[in-house]
Design a protein around this ligand. Structure first.
Ligand SMILES: [Fe+2]
Length: 365
């Protein structure tokens, strides 16, 4: 009888094992050491508005808007209403038309998970920037670590010695549903994320459909929500960094913006709930208790509705793309005891200012 453990068996048989089983090594041994978090002291001016042209619009005119999937060996839905897993496509080789179609498909499915994308991942940060620029102006995060010289690449990072993630240590759970940087005037649309290193198990990512979340609510309540706007704030995230955690830098002063509580996707026209526990602070025009109760009800609905959610288990070489306008997500930090490295990179193009589902809804700033 073999005395190999499950881990050792994988190590002996899998060429991907150096990535799959990934104890922290000295930086000079680490394959992606050049992409480790760097915390420059650069200062950035406020972001300026720009006109976003969504690439998904162009795909609507293609003869077959899903042609980029023609050569896939499998396309499997993760759940009926959220997420598809694709095999057999090399994302790095998709041309301009195919990228437009990809954007439309992500808008329709919320989340696309591409397996076996080592080629894409190994093309490096100049390629990441060129890739993301197809989908919108690249966001530079005000407080996160980035590869030296590449502030457009947002990194999440944790190893045995450090974490540069937004983690609240005195919470009973690491689950924190959010959409990325929703405090910006023009928050992200199609977002690309992948792991350069991952624990052998754990560190999955949760996603939920904010379209489905909204559809579960009663028509009169949705009609009321469509009349509301809410303040989204980057102040707490900046304060977290200023307190010395997460690298300790704030390169752009935090901002607050007002967004509709129900937004409309610019390409599909689908309506989605657009509040999140991490960045939404209050509903405009309501009394404090009214705002808090409605937001807490909505957050509770998002948290517990497993019927709207999908869970992504990362495999080495996985690249995920999601539409931040119609989904929320949460990290899961369940691998903290393992001393393994988890190193992720996000490419975050900004999109349009959120479009209210209710025509003419007044946005105050
Ligand atoms: Fe996020």
């Amino acid at each position: 009888m073999s005395t190999l453990t499950q881990t050792e068996t994988k190590t002996a048989s899998s060429p991907a094992s150096l990535i799959l089983k990934n104890p922290v090594k000295a930086e000079d041994e680490y394959r992606y050491a050049h992409l480790l978090p760097h915390f420059s002291q650069d200062r950035y001016p406020p972001l300026t508005p720009f006109e976003h042209v969504d690439p998904g619009h162009r795909a609507l005119n293609h003869p077959n808007p899903r042609a980029f999937l023609d050569n896939a060996t499998s396309v499997a839905e993760l759940t009926p209403n959220l997420g598809s897993e694709v095999r057999g496509i090399n994302l790095g080789e998709l041309g301009s038309d195919a990228r437009d179609e990809l954007a439309l498909e992500v808008a329709r499915r919320g989340l696309l998970v591409f397996r076996d994308q080592q080629d894409f991942i190994d093309r490096g940060p100049d390629f990441y920037k060129a890739w993301g620029s197809h989908f919108g102006r690249l966001h530079i995060h005000p407080a996160s670590g980035h590869p030296a010289g590449y502030p457009e690449i947002h990194l999440v990072y944790r190893d045995a010695n450090s974490t540069f993630n937004f983690e609240i240590s005195d919470s009973i759970t690491s689950t924190l549903w959010h959409t990325d940087v929703s405090y910006e005037l023009q928050p992200p649309g199609l977002t690309t994320f992948f792991l350069l290193a991952q624990p052998e198990t754990g560190g999955d990512t949760l996603f939920t459909s904010q379209v489905s979340t909204l559809k579960k609510l009663s028509p009169p309540f949705v009609a009321f929500l469509r009349t509301l706007t809410a303040v989204h704030s980057g102040v707490e995230q900046a304060d977290f960094s200023r307190s010395g955690k997460r690298g300790g830098v704030v390169r752009r002063e935090p901002v607050e913006h007002i967004h509709p509580v129900v937004r409309k996707h610019p390409v599909t026209g689908e309506e989605a709930l657009y509040v999140n526990r991490q960045f939404t602070r209050r509903i405009v025009g309501l009394k404090k208790e009214e705002s808090a109760n409605i937001l807490n009800f909505l957050y509770d609905h998002i948290d517990k509705s497993g019927d709207n959610q999908a869970r992504l288990k990362w495999e080495p070489g996985t690249v995920a793309l999601w539409d931040n306008r119609i989904t929320s997500h949460s990290a899961i930090v369940d691998y903290g005891e393992s001393k393994e490295r988890r190193h992720g990179a996000r490419i975050t193009p900004q999109a349009e200012r959120p479009i209210p589902a209710l025509d003419g809804l007044k946005l105050d700033n």
